[in-house]
Every structure is written in structure tokens, then in C-alpha cells.
Design a protein around this ligand. Sequence first.
Ligand code: ADP
Ligand code: MG
Length: 398
Amino acid sequence: MISVEIKGLTKRFSGAGGEDLLALDRLDLSVRSGEYLVVVGPSGGGKTTLLRLIAGLDTPDFGETTFWEAGLRIEAAAENLCSRIEVAMVFQDSALYPHLTVRGNLELGLKVRRVESLERQRRIEDVGLACGIERDWWQRMPSELSGGEKRRIALARALVRRPQLLLLDEPLSNLDAPARFELRELLRRLPGRDAMTLIHVTHDQAEALSLGQRMAVLNKGRLQQIGTPREVYRKPANLFVARFLGRSPMNIVEGRIVIEGCGTRWFVQNSGIDGFKVRLPARVGSGGSDPAGSGYTGPVLLGVRPDSALRVDAGDLREDPLSGRVGSIDYFGSETVMEVTSAGVRWLVSWASSSNEFTVGESLNFRIDWNEVSWFDTETGQRLNLNRGAEVTEVPMP
Ligand code: ADP
Ligand code: MG
């Protein structure tokens, strides 16, 4: 299987007013052999540019992409028929040949590669079956297909080529919920998956969290972080990643860590009169690789995901909870997200809907799950490792 090594990849465009646009900025990225990597980031972040460069459809201004198989470098201009590796890209708009039937679309790439007729039919039948392509679609023209069907055909057209590297550009965007669900299930168990390395790009963080074996976060042409979805969600490398992931944004509270009396550590929120102060558990700050990790005091940004603000029942005062009034309620089915103002700070808390019977204006109590918080440097926005625990895979900002 193929691995991909991207080094210093840089691509500039000139904008409408002639200004310089840096679509990719010295990007380094290693794609492991056989993995399903999702590259996620806001629109305009450089995702399509990245795929086009990997596919060899564009040339970079600097940097290079190399392909490796079993430790050997493969010289390959992708999409070049003489190359030894097969790279297939599925474009965001499907890009089916409008004058060919569904079958014709699947067959063309094979004919060009001189795959003989019987083998062509066999591959088309197999992939068609695995991709849920119905018999009566074969003779249809692309204009007679729905958006979800077109995506499926475009994917099948890539798969019949038996690619070693499959590049997917926003394969699930702009589909209705059932079509999205079906296509997502298909992506999870693609025919020929055992022999493929996949790079899927999307602006949708939920898609990246659910589909990627690893995910890479890209913003403004720069890699922000790469890791498993769990690592990146739980230990975001910087404020951008922290805010970009999650259905509701992470609460970010500006304050400082102070030590008082007999070594008790507190987080004190920065504000005038009604700021709050919470005691930190002893082990916060007792480990971590950051030099500030042991005994750090000073300014910090505290990051708390809405689902790490845990419910404390009225009357249960063991935890010294924060309390506040419910300002608004967003019902999402299984969870309910509420805006709560506590000591002048606006928090989002997300609780299971089943345990939630609050109404606007009511007061509620919550506590912070200190195992799940993130700390960031107030100046750079980079993660501080004040918590003991697993190492973070993080990429320093250049
Ligand atoms: P994404 O796919 O993440 O939305 P793109 O890779 O399409 O981002 O674009 C990254 C940046 O490069 C954007 O600012 C975009 O406007 C610019 N860009 C991309 N392709 C071109 C092009 N062919 N000409 C000019 N600017 C481009
Ligand atoms: Mg794009």
C-alpha cells in the first residue's frame, strides 16, 4: 500500500484584485499506508488545492509530494497513465461525463487503460453491486440522476480503476440526511479498501470526527494539528482547533492560575467585580511535558467543552459548583445545549436531553470536569500541557 510524504508544499494564487493568495503554506504531512485520513478545515483553507497537488493536476510553487510503497520511493506523476501508481480523485461536483451513460462513465477509464472487455464488465458489475448501483441506472445519463446518485457513480468510477490512493473532495457535502448517511456507510466499507490509502477532505468537523482514522486540521494553508479524532477533539493544539471542532464551540475563559496559602491552586477569572474563582484539583499542573507544567502560575485561557460542564443537582454542594441562569435552550434531540450566565461569564453547557427539564430563566448548577479541560497560552493561543495525561500530537505554529 501507498504512503504519501508531503514536504514544504506551497501554492500561491493571485486573487481577483491581483493580490497574493497563499493557498498552501509550507505544508508538511505524512499519510500512512492504508489509512483513512480526513483533512478538515474551513472553506478556503486549501483543501482542494492540496488534493489537486497530490493528484498531480497542479504543480506547487515549492515543496514536493512523494509516494512510497514498502519503503521504496515510487516516481509517479499521478493521473499520468505511465505512472506505476493509480491515483483517483473524486471531485466535489462529481464531474461525470455528461454525454456518457452511467455504464459509459465507469467504463471509460478502463478502456483508456486498455483493460479488456470481460475484465471491464466484471469490475463494473462488482463495484456497481458494492456501491448499491441499481440495474436500471446503467443506461441513464448523468442529468437523470439525483445529487446523491451522482456522487455514488463518481465514487464507483474511481473505484473500478482499483486506485492505490483515493482522493475524495467533500464527498458528502450538500446531500440530504438519508443520502449522506448511506454514502457515509459506503465510505466506511469501500470495495477494495484493503489495498487503498484514502485522503478525504471536508469542511465538516462532525464528518472528520466520525470517519477519519486520523484527522488533520488545515487552516489558511497551514497544518494546525494531526492525530486521531479522539486526540484532536480532547487535546486541541491551539485555540483555532479548539473552536473549530465540536457541535457547539468550546467555552474559553480568560484568567490566571494562582497559588494561595498552603499550596492550593486556583483558577481566577479575569474581570472586575463579579469574576469567579474555582479551586483546582491537586493534580492539575502536576505533570505534563510543558515547562510550565509543574507549578505554573500566571495568565491562561481555560477551555471547557460544553459537555465537560457537568450537571450538579440542586442541594448537592460537595463540588462547590458554579451556578447561573439559563439564557437560551437549543434542543438537538439527544442533547440539549443551554447558554448559562454565571458570574458574568457566558457558558454553553450540553447535557443529555433525558436528564434535562430546565426552562429559560431558571438557575442551574454545574461543575467543570477537570480531566477534560484544555489550557492555552494567552499570547500565542497554543495548548499548554498543564494536565497530566497522554501526550498530545501537536504541530507547533510556524
Ligand atoms: P478549500 O478547498 O479548503 O475551500 P481551496 O484549496 O479551494 O480551499 O482554496 C484555497 C485558497 O486558494 C482560496 O483562497 C481560494 O480562493 C484560492 N484558490 C484556489 N484555487 C484558485 C485558483 N485556481 N485561482 C485563484 N485562487 C484560487
Ligand atoms: Mg474545496
